[in-house]
Design a protein around this ligand. Structure first.
Ligand code: AFP
Length: 430
């Protein structure tokens, strides 16, 4: 009884608040979503979902139509159209899995006896499920992708003979078109976040083997420089909304939000351009004392208001899932960093299926990606699971972190260069 009374009082206050707002702003009184006059809910008075007016839908282009047009415009992407369609369908499936993880008891470790992936990280049930979905979607729809490498797999896998388990055809008949692409992916990045209902994501990159090279599932095939060979990259963020972000090199970066009513990915973010500088920094500061002096100095500059790009407005954000943190930076500007630490001298992020795809997306959106010592997409991988120190973000923020690396070394915490000191830079960059 008391609780019903309290709810009524609370609701009448909310009603009063909304009423007050409508006086301030006529949009509230004209809103299509009316606040019911009797909000003191009893089971009988709860409106059925059908009686709640649905907001007007925007006219947005579906992902598949966008893809059709883009792949028609650029011949070099035509073979990728079925692949990217399948990736979109995979994202829809994985989104459902993520949403159902807790109710359907899908979360938790895959192998309670301690099974870890090749990185030594404990695999979650969802990692394994999403890995299978991505393998099938990249390999199952066409011959374009010859082989795939995943965070969850020790070695690359041949699409035809290993993933689809088709008979090896021996020497390839002349009529059979051989694919020119290989794909790398992290099926469920940040999967530890699932337990606490925080965002997670999927990252993928598609590489075209250089002319004259035959793609196969050998590790050697995958050791390509991102700058010349990474032709498409994307991620899907499962968060407050589910967003698929895609770049086909040279065609900009586009975002598609999953419409929960229709199940379609719709073109909500057209030609995303990252601001030239931003005020958000996204680092795991718990490792501060394990970072090199350049990064420590940089973080101190941000916090003390001495950053050329952020001034006194630096703002920290860290979710602990690369996709979520980088998406935030892509939309609002700033810098994401996973630097080298004493425990991980090359950082934690994997070049081929985390850092390089994100670097391509950032660059195509007008941003930058660096290792602190040079452009990230120039790094030539030595192994498929290679890690790399990673800084992604707005051009000016990335330039600034690179400057700190140039001026401060670990051996000598003093400036190593006298010309253009960091103070000079701070004065001249703004
Ligand atoms: P998991 O996929 O193992 O959860 O790792 C996620 C991740 O690779 C990346 O998404 C995060 O940015 C980063 O690790 C977080 O690592 P820290 O917990 O060390 O900050």
């Amino acid at each position: 009884m008391w609780s019903i009374l309290l709810i009524c009082i609370g609701v009448s206050r909310v009603g009063g608040f909304v009423g007050g707002l409508s006086k301030l702003n006529p949009r509230w009184s004209n809103s299509r979503i009316k606040v019911p006059s009797n909000l003191c809910l009893t089971p009988d008075s709860i409106p059925s979902p059908d009686s709640i007016p649905s907001p007007k839908k925007k006219k947005l282009q579906p992902f598949l139509r966008f893809l059709e047009v883009e792949c028609w415009k650029k011949r070099e992407f035509r073979d990728l159209e079925p692949v990217l369609r399948a990736v979109m369908a995979a994202c829809q499936q994985m989104n459902r899995l993520v949403q159902r993880a807790q109710t359907d008891d899908l979360y938790g470790v895959a192998d309670p006896s301690g099974g870890a992936n090749v990185q030594g990280e404990v695999q979650q049930q969802l990692d394994v499920l999403c890995n299978t979905i991505m393998l099938q979607s990249l390999c199952g729809c066409s011959d374009a992708i010859v082989a795939v490498a995943s965070e969850e797999e020790d070695l690359p896998r041949n699409c035809r003979t290993d993933v689809l388990k088709q008979q090896s055809m021996g020497s390839t008949p002349a009529t059979l078109k051989m694919g020119q692409f290989v794909a790398c992916f992290d099926p469920l990045d940040g999967s530890k976040n699932i337990d606490s209902s925080l965002p997670v994501g999927t990252v993928f990159g598609i590489f075209r083997v250089p002319p004259g090279t035959t793609a196969d599932a050998s590790e050697k095939t995958f050791l390509m420089r991102g700058d010349s060979c990474l032709v498409a990259a994307g991620y899907c963020l499962y968060s407050a909304t589910t967003v698929l972000v895609l770049t086909l090199k040279g065609s900009g970066v586009h975002g598609f939000t999953l419409d929960p009513d229709t199940g379609l990915f719709l073109h909500t973010l057209r030609d995303i351009r990252i601001p030239p500088k931003g005020h958000i920094y996204s680092f795991n500061e718990a490792y501060f004392h394990d970072y090199n002096h350049a990064v420590q100095r940089y973080l101190n500059a941000l916090k003390s208001g001495n950053s050329a790009t952020m001034g006194k407005r630096a703002n920290a954000r860290y979710v602990g899932a690369l996709v979520a943190d980088v998406h935030n930076i892509l939309i609002n500007g700033g810098i994401y960093g996973y630097p080298a630490t004493t425990a991980h001298p090359s950082g934690k992020l994997r070049l081929l299926y985390e850092s390089a795809p994100m670097a391509l997306i950032l660059e195509q959106a007008g941003g930058a990606a660096s290792t602190g010592y040079g452009r990230l997409l120039d790094v030539i991988p030595q192994s498929i699971h290679q890690r790399v120190p990673t800084f992604l973000g707005s051009v000016e923020n990335i330039y600034e972190i690179d400057q700190f690396h140039e001026y401060y070394t670990d051996e000598n915490d003093e400036k190593t260069k006298e010309v253009q000191s960091i103070d000079y830079y701070i004065q001249n960059m703004a």
